[in-house]
Ligand binder design. Structure first.
Ligand code: GLA
Length: 683
């Protein structure tokens, strides 16, 4: 059963906080929601104090009423467990549930999401309220999904309390069996950090100099697992009582505190809060990069944008608006890249509280506003395109992504602070995106990791080589695949121990060289790499930033050399034949332009073509289901733009109009094209 089955439509709606409003407003909201095409709302995530105002007092009146009202109006509910914000009475009575920061100070209550993920006391309360909610609404006709908590770990990245430390020790015992195992893995002989007793092990708090890297990495792994256990504490109850109701929680846009791949194997569908930067000049491929991750988390299944902004947010330093047409365009962009739902934070803009200046589907000024009219327009269009539900994005190229390399590099292992993992990965995705070539994201810690569907595999900044992954990559290349990786890859194993004999460690035979030295390219230092042939591109050399590798070639061929410094003339770019395929390496950051050049060459080698050749800032994406195919063409330009389609006669399913071969897409407009279905004549 697909998660969209109950609703039967592309999810459209938003977070709704009825406890902030009177019953008259609820009535008005029902009417306005229906008029706007809303079919699903997320409710309850901030309602704990309303439902359980005191430890022994329960109040279901408002929840019962609002659930029934939604049922009467044919609007489905994604019902949240309210455990992302425990009531004040609970924090006051049991202060041990509050998290402790790296400086040893306990946080105070007064906002939200301020809890320790391992607090036994809190987990008990969470389980109790979850069980009561699930028992109460398990058969409610309007229940479409369970929404557990909210954006886990967003606001408390690491908790350093005694409970976490004690559970961390248990986690370590399970992983390393004994203290020798921990000491060996962490390399605690360094700086005399050897642990002689289990209770000497604490969380990596603020200390005079750098923390031990593997201690930090394990604490991140543990924290991700601890939050997951607190999610499962509630999800297990939902699954036990309502096995057929899908379970989700909302992930954060481009967030890395949790191993979302591991998490996603415990949820029924991936949902994300998607708030891309609205700064002018932001690359149009950034949201698709996040979308590609979201669909990769459940190996290609559609996901849901469960929160986005109708207009401005309230949490950036300065919050600009989504210009007219942007909300609709970015919504279609989300669908184009694999979402089956478009929901917002939130339905009605709050009048009080910290988020009162965050935009909503229904702004403070009411329904007669630009924003609400755009919401209504989108709500009226979505039912026309619901045939895309369940379709998928297909690609012959994958990026290998690793949350643990991201964590380890975020801990700044002593190479360069200019190296940002996600940025590096994004630069390859954006290069492909600019060419309208789709790219999947697969995850290095996936036990079922396979590259069988792909011709090209890219592994940027793959600092940690996860166990078993090098052999899988080699098997892929042997069979004829192309592999591309770059600097800072293959440096350490999963304990962050450096590979001896020169990086790229276990990839050395595949890549055909070893790294003799590397250095950070400091700001203001000018160096570049000259290509031995232009790789099919226009430029002969590209400026280098961030990092410089000095390579010693074994079987690899040099395809680009340094132009300056003491390593002038030494190799930075390589190509190495391996079995029937080839492996490529870039020993620096040459920017998106160069990444486009090398990827265009690899695509040519594998006969991978762009989905559509389009003018600048016009994006093409395809979703397919069986033999059906939908081509999304999205104009991100603030002016009308001419686009040549693959052929004449395609139908835009938003308007039902037949397209000529050359079309003029209005500013910020989208078409979703499919073949005309021939009608068979009735005899
Ligand atoms: C997240 C949260 C919401 C709200 C929005 C604001 O998505 O889940 O509760 O705070 O951010 O952008």
């Amino acid at each position: 059963m697909a998660f969209t089955d109950t609703v039967g439509e592309i999810f459209y709606g938003g977070d709704y906080n009825p406890d902030q409003w009177s019953e008259e407003i609820w009535q008005e909201d029902m009417r306005l929601m229906k008029a706007a095409g809303v079919n699903m709302v997320s409710i309850g995530m901030w309602a704990w104090a309303h439902i359980q105002p005191k430890e022994d007092v329960w109040n279901w009146t408002f929840m019962d009423k609002i659930m029934n009202m939604f049922a009467e109006h044919g609007i489905y509910v994604d019902l949240a467990t309210p455990t992302a914000a425990q009531p004040n009475w609970l924090s006051k009575k049991y202060p041990e549930i509050l998290p402790v920061m790296a400086d040893g100070m306990r946080m105070s209550y007064g906002s939200r999401q301020t809890f320790c993920p391992t607090s036994e006391k809190l987990l008990g309360f969470n389980a109790e309220i979850t069980r009561r909610i699930v028992e109460r609404y398990k058969d409610h006709p309007t229940l479409a999904a369970w929404h557990i908590g909210n954006e886990y770990s967003h606001l408390v990245i690491l908790c350093h309390c005694e409970s976490c430390e004690s559970i961390f020790r248990t986690w370590l015992k399970a992983k390393y069996k004994n203290l020798d195992g921990v000491n060996e893995a962490w390399g605690t002989v360094f700086w005399s950090n050897t642990y002689g007793e289990w209770d000497e092990i604490i969380s990596p708090k603020i200390t005079a100099h750098q923390n031990n890297p593997c201690h930090l990495l394990d604490y991140k792994r543990f924290t991700s697992d601890a939050y997951l256990a607190s999610f499962q504490n509630e999800a297990d109850i939902c699954r036990e009582i309502t096995p057929d109701i899908p379970i989700t929680t909302n992930y954060l846009y481009e967030f890395n505190n949790l191993d979302y791949f591991k998490w996603s194997q415990q949820i029924d569908f991936v949902a994300v809060s998607s708030f891309p930067d609205t700064k002018p000049g932001e690359h149009i491929g950034k949201p698709p990069f996040s979308h590609a991750k979201m669909r990769g988390l459940k190996r290609g299944e559609p996901f849901v944008i469960l929160e986005q902004a109708a207009n401005n947010v309230n949490w950036r330093d300065a919050n600009n608006n989504k210009k007219p047409g942007i909300m609709r365009l970015w919504s279609y962009q989300g669908l184009a890249h694999g979402s089956d739902g478009l929901c917002f934070f939130q339905w009605r803009a709050s009048l009080k509280g910290a988020e009162k200046f965050h935009s909503a589907m229904l702004p403070h000024a009411g329904a007669d506003t630009r924003i609400h009219k755009e919401i209504k327009q989108l709500g009226a269009e979505l039912p026309k395109i619901k045939e895309i539900i369940g379709s998928r994005v297909h690609s012959k190229i994958a990026i290998l992504f690793d949350y643990e390399s991201w964590w380890a590099l975020d801990n700044k292992p002593g190479t360069t602070t200019f190296l940002e993992y996600n940025n590096q990965v994004q630069k390859f995705f954006l290069a492909l995106h600019e060419m309208n070539i789709p790219c999947d994201i697969v995850f290095a810690t996936d036990p079922e990791l396979s590259f069988k569907d792909y011709d090209i595999l890219i592994a940027p900044a793959m600092y940690i080589i996860q166990p078993g992954v090098a052999n899988k990559i080699k098997a892929f290349v042997k069979k004829g695949g192309s592999f591309l990786t770059n600097f800072s890859s293959g440096m350490v194993d999963e304990t962050e121990a450096v590979f001896e004999g020169g990086y790229p460690g276990p990839l050395r035979d595949l890549l055909g060289f070893w790294v003799e030295e590397f250095e950070s390219i400091l700001e203001g230092v000018d160096n570049s790499v000259k290509l031995s042939n232009k790789l099919g591109g226009k430029k002969e050399s590209y400026p280098a930033t961030i990092w410089a590798d000095i390579l010693r070639l074994e079987t690899a061929k040099s395809i680009g050399k340094w132009t300056k410094d003491f390593y002038k003339g030494k190799t930075c770019l390589t190509e190495n034949k391996f079995g029937k395929g080839k492996a490529y390496y870039i020993g620096t950051d040459l920017g998106v332009e160069f990444n486009k050049t090398i990827l265009a060459k690899l695509c040519k080698d594998h006969k991978i073509k762009p989905l559509l050749k389009t003018p600048k800032n016009v994006e093409a994406a395809v979703r397919t289901k069986g033999k059906k195919e939908w081509l999304f063409v999205m104009n991100h330009n603030f002016k009308a733009t001419k686009v040549t389609l693959p052929k004449a006669g395609l139908i835009d399913i938003i308007t039902g109009k037949k397209m000529s071969k050359i079309i003029t897409l209005k500013a910020l407009d989208t078409v979703i094209l499919k073949e005309k279905i021939k009608k068979t004549k009735k005899k």
